[in-house]
Design a protein around this ligand. Structure first.
Ligand SMILES: *[C@@H]1O[C@H](CO)[C@@H](O)[C@H](O)[C@H]1NC(C)=O
Ligand SMILES: *[C@@H]1O[C@H](CO)[C@@H](O)[C@H](O)[C@H]1NC(C)=O
Ligand SMILES: *[C@@H]1O[C@H](CO)[C@@H](O)[C@H](O)[C@H]1NC(C)=O
Length: 206
C-alpha cells in the first residue's frame, strides 16, 4: 500500500518535471493542482516510507526544484533594450527590473539576514541603456553582477526597500504578493524622477 503510494507519487513527479521542462504552457494550471495534491499525499504518507524511498523522493524533489528554478530565472529575459545583457540575480536575494523609455532599471535586493557588501543606500536601481553604452552600471568591475548578498546580522548597506521582510523571502513575495510588489517598485522609480510608461516589470529570485 505504502509502496504503491510512493510509486504513484514518483510517477506523477516524473510527469510533472517532464511537462515543465517541455514548457507545455497549456497544462500549467493543472500542474499547480497536481503539485498540491502530491504535497498533501507526501505529508500523509511520509511516515510509511522507507529510508531509501524517502531519499529517492527527496532526490526527485531536488531535481524538480532545479528545473523550476531555471525556469523562474528566465522571468526577466527578453526585455527592452535588447542590447543590454541580462544582469546576474544575487543569491539569497532577488532582482526586480522594469523598462521605462527604453532604459532598463534593475534593483538588487537581499533576503532578511543578508546584506550587500558595498554601501548602496542611495543607489536603489542600476541602469542599462544607450546612455550607459548598453552596459550595466555596477559597483563591480565589468560584467553583469550588480550586487552580492552576504550573510549579516544587521542590514545597513542598502536602502530600506532593498531588503525583503523577515517573514517574506524573495520567493514568498513573488508567489503571494507579486502585483503589490511590482506596484511599489514602479512608485519607487517614479519617486526617483523616472517617469513614463513601464514595461516588462519582473522579479526573479536567486
Ligand atoms: C535527478 O537528476 C539526475 C541528473 O539529471 C538524474 O541522473 C537522476 O536520475 C534524477 N533522480 C531522480 C530520482 O529523479
Ligand atoms: C544594438 O543591437 C543591434 C542588433 O543586435 C545592433 O545592430 C546595434 O548596433 C546595437 N547597438 C549598439 C549601440 O550596440
Ligand atoms: C507596498 O507598499 C506598501 C506601503 O508602503 C506596504 O505596506 C506593502 O507591504 C508593500 N508591498 C510589498 C509587497 O512590498
Amino acid at each position: 500500500m505504502a509502496l504503491q503510494g510512493t510509486f504513484v507519487w514518483l510517477s506523477s513527479l516524473a510527469v510533472l518535471s517532464f511537462a515543465i521542462a517541455q514548457d507545455d504552457t497549456c497544462s500549467r494550471p493543472k500542474l499547480e493542482e497536481d503539485l498540491s495534491a502530491l504535497l498533501k499525499l507526501g505529508g500523509e504518507c511520509s511516515g510509511a516510507w522507507s529510508s531509501v524511498q524517502t531519499a529517492t523522493i527527496l532526490q526527485s524533489l531536488r531535481n524538480l526544484t532545479d528545473v523550476l528554478q531555471k525556469q523562474q530565472l528566465k522571468d526577466c529575459q527578453l526585455a527592452e533594450p535588447k542590447n543590454c545583457t541580462e544582469a546576474k540575480v544575487p543569491e539569497n536575494g532577488g532582482l526586480a527590473c522594469v523598462t521605462v523609455a527604453n532604459k532598463r532599471y534593475c534593483k538588487p535586493m537581499c533576503n532578511h539576514g543578508y546584506d550587500f557588501d558595498f554601501i548602496r543606500r542611495s543607489r536603489v536601481f542600476e541602469e542599462c541603456s544607450e546612455q550607459t553604452g548598453y552596459k550595466w552600471q555596477t559597483q563591480y568591475i565589468g560584467g553583469n553582477r550588480l550586487a552580492v548578498c552576504n550573510e549579516a546580522k544587521i542590514q545597513v548597506s542598502g536602502a530600506k526597500t532593498a531588503y525583503f521582510p523577515e517573514d517574506q523571502s524573495c520567493l514568498t513575495t513573488k508567489s503571494t504578493l507579486h502585483s503589490s510588489f511590482i506596484e511599489n517598485l514602479t512608485t519607487e522609480l517614479k519617486n526617483l524622477g523616472i517617469q513614463g510608461e513601464t514595461q516588462s516589470s519582473c522579479l526573479v529570485c536567486g
